[in-house]
Design a protein around this ligand. Structure first.
Ligand SMILES: [Cu+2]
Length: 373
Protein backbone atom coordinates (compact mmCIF):
# COMPACT_ATOMS: atom_id res chain seq x y z
CA UNK A 1 0.00 0.00 0.00
CA UNK A 2 1.44 3.32 -1.02
CA UNK A 3 1.28 6.32 1.25
CA UNK A 4 0.36 8.57 -1.63
CA UNK A 5 -2.24 6.39 -3.20
CA UNK A 6 -5.29 8.22 -1.79
CA UNK A 7 -3.73 11.59 -2.66
CA UNK A 8 -3.03 10.54 -6.22
CA UNK A 9 -6.46 9.09 -6.68
CA UNK A 10 -7.90 12.40 -5.58
CA UNK A 11 -5.61 14.51 -7.75
CA UNK A 12 -6.03 12.58 -10.92
CA UNK A 13 -9.57 11.37 -10.83
CA UNK A 14 -11.52 14.44 -9.74
CA UNK A 15 -12.04 16.43 -12.91
CA UNK A 16 -13.09 19.60 -11.14
CA UNK A 17 -9.76 19.97 -9.36
CA UNK A 18 -7.67 23.02 -10.22
CA UNK A 19 -4.24 22.11 -11.52
CA UNK A 20 -1.72 23.26 -8.98
CA UNK A 21 1.65 23.58 -10.60
CA UNK A 22 2.88 25.59 -13.55
CA UNK A 23 4.45 23.27 -16.12
CA UNK A 24 8.24 23.22 -16.02
CA UNK A 25 9.73 23.94 -19.46
CA UNK A 26 13.25 22.49 -19.85
CA UNK A 27 15.92 24.90 -21.06
CA UNK A 28 16.59 24.86 -24.83
CA UNK A 29 20.26 24.46 -25.74
CA UNK A 30 21.88 24.39 -29.19
CA UNK A 31 25.23 24.72 -30.94
CA UNK A 32 28.05 22.54 -32.21
CA UNK A 33 29.14 21.63 -28.69
CA UNK A 34 26.58 20.54 -26.12
CA UNK A 35 27.53 19.83 -22.51
CA UNK A 36 25.41 17.46 -20.45
CA UNK A 37 26.30 16.66 -16.86
CA UNK A 38 24.49 13.68 -15.40
CA UNK A 39 23.96 14.32 -11.72
CA UNK A 40 22.05 13.27 -8.64
CA UNK A 41 19.52 15.66 -7.20
CA UNK A 42 16.56 16.12 -4.92
CA UNK A 43 13.01 17.20 -5.67
CA UNK A 44 10.22 17.80 -3.14
CA UNK A 45 7.29 16.19 -4.91
CA UNK A 46 5.32 15.56 -1.71
CA UNK A 47 5.17 16.56 1.92
CA UNK A 48 7.81 14.73 3.90
CA UNK A 49 11.25 13.62 2.75
CA UNK A 50 12.49 14.97 -0.60
CA UNK A 51 12.83 12.50 -3.46
CA UNK A 52 16.31 11.49 -4.62
CA UNK A 53 16.42 12.05 -8.36
CA UNK A 54 18.74 12.03 -11.37
CA UNK A 55 18.96 14.66 -14.08
CA UNK A 56 21.10 16.15 -16.82
CA UNK A 57 22.28 19.69 -15.97
CA UNK A 58 19.77 19.78 -13.13
CA UNK A 59 17.86 17.77 -10.55
CA UNK A 60 15.40 16.11 -12.92
CA UNK A 61 15.05 15.45 -16.68
CA UNK A 62 17.43 17.35 -18.95
CA UNK A 63 17.57 20.30 -21.32
CA UNK A 64 15.92 20.16 -24.73
CA UNK A 65 18.64 19.89 -27.37
CA UNK A 66 17.98 21.79 -30.60
CA UNK A 67 19.87 20.55 -33.67
CA UNK A 68 19.79 21.46 -37.35
CA UNK A 69 19.96 18.80 -40.04
CA UNK A 70 23.50 18.47 -41.50
CA UNK A 71 25.18 20.37 -38.67
CA UNK A 72 27.96 18.64 -36.77
CA UNK A 73 27.54 18.22 -33.06
CA UNK A 74 29.77 17.05 -30.23
CA UNK A 75 27.96 16.19 -27.03
CA UNK A 76 30.09 16.00 -23.88
CA UNK A 77 28.28 13.75 -21.44
CA UNK A 78 29.87 13.93 -18.00
CA UNK A 79 28.85 11.26 -15.52
CA UNK A 80 28.65 12.55 -11.94
CA UNK A 81 26.09 9.94 -10.82
CA UNK A 82 28.58 7.90 -8.82
CA UNK A 83 27.77 4.85 -10.94
CA UNK A 84 27.99 3.72 -14.55
CA UNK A 85 25.38 4.71 -17.09
CA UNK A 86 24.96 5.38 -20.82
CA UNK A 87 23.06 7.95 -22.88
CA UNK A 88 21.15 6.79 -25.94
CA UNK A 89 19.96 9.23 -28.66
CA UNK A 90 16.60 7.57 -29.21
CA UNK A 91 15.56 7.70 -32.86
CA UNK A 92 18.62 9.61 -34.02
CA UNK A 93 20.57 8.22 -37.00
CA UNK A 94 24.05 7.69 -35.53
CA UNK A 95 26.70 4.99 -35.67
CA UNK A 96 26.82 2.46 -32.81
CA UNK A 97 29.97 4.09 -31.38
CA UNK A 98 28.18 7.44 -31.17
CA UNK A 99 25.06 5.96 -29.65
CA UNK A 100 25.01 5.13 -25.96
CA UNK A 101 23.45 1.73 -26.15
CA UNK A 102 24.16 -0.72 -23.32
CA UNK A 103 27.64 -1.35 -24.76
CA UNK A 104 28.90 2.27 -24.59
CA UNK A 105 29.33 2.65 -20.85
CA UNK A 106 30.23 5.99 -19.27
CA UNK A 107 32.14 5.22 -16.07
CA UNK A 108 31.98 7.19 -12.86
CA UNK A 109 33.50 10.68 -13.34
CA UNK A 110 34.14 10.01 -17.03
CA UNK A 111 33.13 12.26 -19.93
CA UNK A 112 31.90 10.59 -23.13
CA UNK A 113 32.03 12.81 -26.21
CA UNK A 114 30.25 11.41 -29.26
CA UNK A 115 30.59 13.59 -32.34
CA UNK A 116 28.42 13.19 -35.43
CA UNK A 117 26.65 14.92 -38.31
CA UNK A 118 22.90 15.31 -37.84
CA UNK A 119 21.33 13.18 -40.59
CA UNK A 120 17.73 13.16 -39.40
CA UNK A 121 14.71 14.91 -40.81
CA UNK A 122 13.07 17.59 -38.72
CA UNK A 123 11.33 15.86 -35.85
CA UNK A 124 11.23 15.13 -32.16
CA UNK A 125 13.65 12.62 -30.71
CA UNK A 126 14.85 12.03 -27.16
CA UNK A 127 17.74 10.88 -25.01
CA UNK A 128 17.86 8.64 -21.99
CA UNK A 129 20.19 6.21 -20.17
CA UNK A 130 20.33 2.72 -21.63
CA UNK A 131 22.68 0.75 -19.37
CA UNK A 132 22.06 -3.00 -19.23
CA UNK A 133 19.63 -3.78 -16.39
CA UNK A 134 19.68 -0.12 -15.27
CA UNK A 135 17.71 1.61 -18.02
CA UNK A 136 14.39 1.57 -16.19
CA UNK A 137 16.00 2.70 -12.92
CA UNK A 138 17.95 5.59 -14.41
CA UNK A 139 15.05 6.81 -16.56
CA UNK A 140 12.56 6.42 -13.72
CA UNK A 141 14.82 8.42 -11.40
CA UNK A 142 14.63 11.23 -13.91
CA UNK A 143 17.14 11.29 -16.76
CA UNK A 144 15.33 12.02 -20.03
CA UNK A 145 15.28 14.95 -22.44
CA UNK A 146 13.95 15.89 -25.84
CA UNK A 147 15.92 16.48 -29.02
CA UNK A 148 14.34 18.77 -31.62
CA UNK A 149 15.76 18.58 -35.13
CA UNK A 150 14.98 21.31 -37.64
CA UNK A 151 15.55 21.31 -41.41
CA UNK A 152 14.86 23.51 -44.43
CA UNK A 153 11.61 21.69 -45.30
CA UNK A 154 10.12 22.15 -41.86
CA UNK A 155 11.32 25.76 -41.66
CA UNK A 156 9.49 26.61 -44.91
CA UNK A 157 6.12 25.47 -43.53
CA UNK A 158 3.60 27.52 -41.60
CA UNK A 159 3.78 25.87 -38.20
CA UNK A 160 4.18 27.07 -34.63
CA UNK A 161 7.85 26.77 -33.69
CA UNK A 162 8.68 29.29 -30.97
CA UNK A 163 9.84 27.14 -28.08
CA UNK A 164 8.01 27.86 -24.86
CA UNK A 165 5.61 30.27 -26.60
CA UNK A 166 3.60 28.27 -29.15
CA UNK A 167 5.76 25.12 -29.28
CA UNK A 168 5.93 23.13 -26.04
CA UNK A 169 7.65 19.91 -24.94
CA UNK A 170 5.40 17.50 -23.02
CA UNK A 171 7.33 14.61 -21.47
CA UNK A 172 4.56 12.46 -20.02
CA UNK A 173 5.63 9.95 -17.38
CA UNK A 174 4.05 7.82 -14.70
CA UNK A 175 6.16 6.85 -11.73
CA UNK A 176 6.10 4.66 -8.63
CA UNK A 177 7.04 5.98 -5.19
CA UNK A 178 7.70 4.08 -1.96
CA UNK A 179 6.44 5.04 1.49
CA UNK A 180 9.48 7.28 1.96
CA UNK A 181 8.76 9.36 -1.19
CA UNK A 182 11.52 7.61 -3.13
CA UNK A 183 11.15 6.60 -6.78
CA UNK A 184 10.96 2.88 -7.40
CA UNK A 185 10.86 1.17 -10.75
CA UNK A 186 8.11 -1.23 -9.85
CA UNK A 187 6.00 -0.31 -12.82
CA UNK A 188 2.74 -1.85 -11.68
CA UNK A 189 2.44 0.83 -9.01
CA UNK A 190 3.20 3.77 -11.32
CA UNK A 191 0.26 5.67 -9.87
CA UNK A 192 1.75 9.18 -10.09
CA UNK A 193 1.53 11.02 -13.42
CA UNK A 194 3.72 13.97 -14.31
CA UNK A 195 4.56 16.13 -17.31
CA UNK A 196 8.10 17.55 -17.59
CA UNK A 197 8.55 16.40 -13.98
CA UNK A 198 5.61 18.56 -12.83
CA UNK A 199 2.80 16.97 -10.83
CA UNK A 200 -0.74 18.08 -11.64
CA UNK A 201 0.47 20.66 -14.18
CA UNK A 202 -1.12 23.60 -15.91
CA UNK A 203 0.22 25.55 -18.87
CA UNK A 204 -0.76 28.96 -20.17
CA UNK A 205 -1.19 28.77 -23.94
CA UNK A 206 -2.04 31.58 -26.40
CA UNK A 207 -5.42 31.51 -28.18
CA UNK A 208 -3.99 30.28 -31.50
CA UNK A 209 -2.37 27.21 -33.06
CA UNK A 210 -0.11 25.57 -30.44
CA UNK A 211 2.34 22.76 -31.15
CA UNK A 212 2.84 20.05 -28.55
CA UNK A 213 5.85 17.75 -28.81
CA UNK A 214 4.59 14.79 -26.81
CA UNK A 215 6.84 12.01 -25.56
CA UNK A 216 5.48 8.98 -23.77
CA UNK A 217 8.36 8.77 -21.32
CA UNK A 218 6.73 6.15 -19.11
CA UNK A 219 8.48 2.81 -18.75
CA UNK A 220 5.52 0.62 -19.56
CA UNK A 221 2.25 2.58 -19.69
CA UNK A 222 0.53 3.08 -23.04
CA UNK A 223 -1.41 6.33 -23.38
CA UNK A 224 -4.65 6.98 -25.24
CA UNK A 225 -4.38 10.74 -25.75
CA UNK A 226 -7.28 13.04 -26.46
CA UNK A 227 -8.52 16.50 -25.62
CA UNK A 228 -11.26 17.08 -23.07
CA UNK A 229 -14.69 17.39 -24.73
CA UNK A 230 -13.27 15.39 -27.63
CA UNK A 231 -11.97 18.57 -29.27
CA UNK A 232 -10.14 17.50 -32.46
CA UNK A 233 -6.42 18.09 -32.84
CA UNK A 234 -3.91 17.77 -35.67
CA UNK A 235 -1.12 15.24 -35.68
CA UNK A 236 1.70 16.66 -37.79
CA UNK A 237 4.62 14.43 -36.85
CA UNK A 238 5.51 10.96 -35.56
CA UNK A 239 8.72 9.19 -34.53
CA UNK A 240 9.98 9.60 -38.07
CA UNK A 241 9.39 13.33 -38.40
CA UNK A 242 6.67 15.23 -40.23
CA UNK A 243 3.71 13.49 -41.87
CA UNK A 244 2.77 14.23 -45.47
CA UNK A 245 -0.22 16.24 -44.25
CA UNK A 246 -1.81 17.06 -40.91
CA UNK A 247 -4.09 14.30 -39.66
CA UNK A 248 -7.19 15.35 -37.72
CA UNK A 249 -7.74 13.10 -34.73
CA UNK A 250 -9.65 12.91 -31.48
CA UNK A 251 -7.51 10.08 -30.06
CA UNK A 252 -3.90 9.06 -30.42
CA UNK A 253 -2.39 5.95 -28.87
CA UNK A 254 1.21 6.49 -27.81
CA UNK A 255 3.50 3.70 -26.59
CA UNK A 256 6.53 4.15 -24.30
CA UNK A 257 9.39 5.89 -26.08
CA UNK A 258 7.12 7.08 -28.87
CA UNK A 259 6.77 10.74 -29.85
CA UNK A 260 4.07 12.70 -31.63
CA UNK A 261 3.89 16.32 -32.71
CA UNK A 262 0.39 17.68 -32.25
CA UNK A 263 -1.09 21.05 -33.15
CA UNK A 264 -4.10 22.15 -31.12
CA UNK A 265 -6.19 25.08 -32.26
CA UNK A 266 -6.93 27.23 -29.21
CA UNK A 267 -8.18 30.15 -31.36
CA UNK A 268 -11.24 31.84 -29.88
CA UNK A 269 -10.91 29.98 -26.58
CA UNK A 270 -9.31 32.82 -24.61
CA UNK A 271 -10.28 32.63 -20.94
CA UNK A 272 -11.24 28.96 -21.24
CA UNK A 273 -9.63 25.81 -19.92
CA UNK A 274 -9.03 22.55 -21.75
CA UNK A 275 -7.21 19.37 -20.81
CA UNK A 276 -5.06 16.84 -22.53
CA UNK A 277 -6.47 13.58 -21.23
CA UNK A 278 -5.46 9.98 -21.04
CA UNK A 279 -8.55 8.00 -22.08
CA UNK A 280 -7.29 4.85 -20.39
CA UNK A 281 -10.83 3.48 -20.05
CA UNK A 282 -10.90 3.13 -23.86
CA UNK A 283 -7.73 1.02 -24.09
CA UNK A 284 -8.50 -2.59 -25.03
CA UNK A 285 -7.43 -5.16 -22.45
CA UNK A 286 -4.00 -6.75 -22.68
CA UNK A 287 -2.44 -3.30 -23.08
CA UNK A 288 -0.60 -1.90 -20.05
CA UNK A 289 -2.79 0.97 -18.86
CA UNK A 290 -6.10 -0.76 -19.68
CA UNK A 291 -8.41 -2.14 -17.01
CA UNK A 292 -6.90 -5.62 -17.44
CA UNK A 293 -3.22 -6.10 -18.32
CA UNK A 294 -3.81 -9.51 -19.90
CA UNK A 295 -6.39 -11.56 -21.70
CA UNK A 296 -6.89 -13.93 -18.77
CA UNK A 297 -5.31 -17.27 -17.80
CA UNK A 298 -3.51 -15.79 -14.82
CA UNK A 299 -2.08 -12.87 -16.76
CA UNK A 300 -2.30 -10.46 -13.88
CA UNK A 301 0.26 -8.13 -12.35
CA UNK A 302 0.29 -7.75 -8.53
CA UNK A 303 -1.02 -4.31 -7.59
CA UNK A 304 -2.23 -3.54 -11.10
CA UNK A 305 -5.94 -3.44 -10.30
CA UNK A 306 -5.29 -1.09 -7.35
CA UNK A 307 -3.53 1.50 -9.52
CA UNK A 308 -6.10 4.27 -10.19
CA UNK A 309 -4.39 5.24 -13.47
CA UNK A 310 -5.26 1.87 -15.01
CA UNK A 311 -8.42 1.58 -17.08
CA UNK A 312 -9.55 5.10 -16.21
CA UNK A 313 -9.68 8.53 -17.84
CA UNK A 314 -7.56 11.22 -16.21
CA UNK A 315 -6.17 14.68 -16.87
CA UNK A 316 -2.58 14.80 -18.08
CA UNK A 317 -2.32 18.58 -18.21
CA UNK A 318 -4.59 21.60 -17.98
CA UNK A 319 -4.31 24.34 -20.60
CA UNK A 320 -5.36 27.83 -19.60
CA UNK A 321 -5.99 29.76 -22.80
CA UNK A 322 -4.61 33.32 -22.74
CA UNK A 323 -4.36 36.31 -25.12
CA UNK A 324 -2.87 35.47 -28.54
CA UNK A 325 0.72 36.47 -29.26
CA UNK A 326 1.46 39.54 -31.41
CA UNK A 327 1.92 37.50 -34.60
CA UNK A 328 -0.03 34.29 -34.05
CA UNK A 329 -0.14 31.23 -36.29
CA UNK A 330 -3.86 30.79 -36.95
CA UNK A 331 -3.66 28.25 -39.78
CA UNK A 332 -1.05 25.60 -40.49
CA UNK A 333 0.23 24.27 -43.81
CA UNK A 334 -2.14 21.69 -45.30
CA UNK A 335 0.72 19.81 -46.97
CA UNK A 336 3.86 19.03 -44.98
CA UNK A 337 6.59 16.85 -46.51
CA UNK A 338 6.89 14.32 -49.32
CA UNK A 339 7.67 10.73 -48.47
CA UNK A 340 8.91 8.30 -51.09
CA UNK A 341 8.13 4.76 -49.94
CA UNK A 342 10.74 2.03 -50.34
CA UNK A 343 10.04 -0.27 -53.27
CA UNK A 344 10.41 -3.98 -52.65
CA UNK A 345 11.99 -4.31 -56.09
CA UNK A 346 14.88 -2.13 -54.89
CA UNK A 347 15.77 -4.52 -52.06
CA UNK A 348 19.08 -6.40 -52.27
CA UNK A 349 17.81 -9.19 -50.06
CA UNK A 350 14.39 -10.38 -48.85
CA UNK A 351 14.18 -11.69 -45.28
CA UNK A 352 11.16 -13.20 -43.54
CA UNK A 353 10.21 -12.25 -40.00
CA UNK A 354 7.42 -14.28 -38.43
CA UNK A 355 5.81 -12.79 -35.33
CA UNK A 356 4.49 -15.49 -33.05
CA UNK A 357 3.31 -16.11 -29.48
CA UNK A 358 5.97 -17.20 -27.02
CA UNK A 359 6.52 -20.91 -26.74
CA UNK A 360 5.62 -21.75 -23.14
CA UNK A 361 8.12 -23.60 -21.01
CA UNK A 362 10.80 -23.02 -18.35
CA UNK A 363 11.79 -19.34 -18.25
CA UNK A 364 8.86 -18.23 -20.37
CA UNK A 365 7.62 -14.70 -19.76
CA UNK A 366 3.97 -15.75 -19.78
CA UNK A 367 2.45 -13.81 -22.60
CA UNK A 368 5.57 -12.75 -24.49
CA UNK A 369 6.06 -12.68 -28.22
CA UNK A 370 8.78 -13.97 -30.53
CA UNK A 371 10.24 -13.23 -33.93
CA UNK A 372 11.25 -16.35 -35.84
CA UNK A 373 11.05 -18.32 -32.58
CU1 LIG B 1 15.01 4.57 -26.12
Amino acid sequence: MKLHYPLCAMLFLSFGAIAQNQLFIPELISGEVIDLTLQNGEVSFFDGPPTQTMGANGNLLGPTILLNRYQNVTINVGNQLGEETTIHWHGVNVSPANDGGPHVVIGENEVWSPSFPVLDWAGTYWYHPHLHMKTNEHVSKGIAGLIIVRDDFESALTLPRTYGVDDFPLVIQTKSFDNNNQITWDNASDNVAMVNGTLNPHLEVPAQMVRLRVLNGASERILELGMSNNMPFNMIGSDGGLLTAPLTLTRLRLAPGERAELVVNFSGLEGQTAHLMNYGAELPNAIYGAAQPGMGQGQTIPGYAQNPLNGSNWNIIEFNVMTPTADPITEISTQLVTHTPWQEADADEIRAFTFMPEVMGPGALNGGFMING
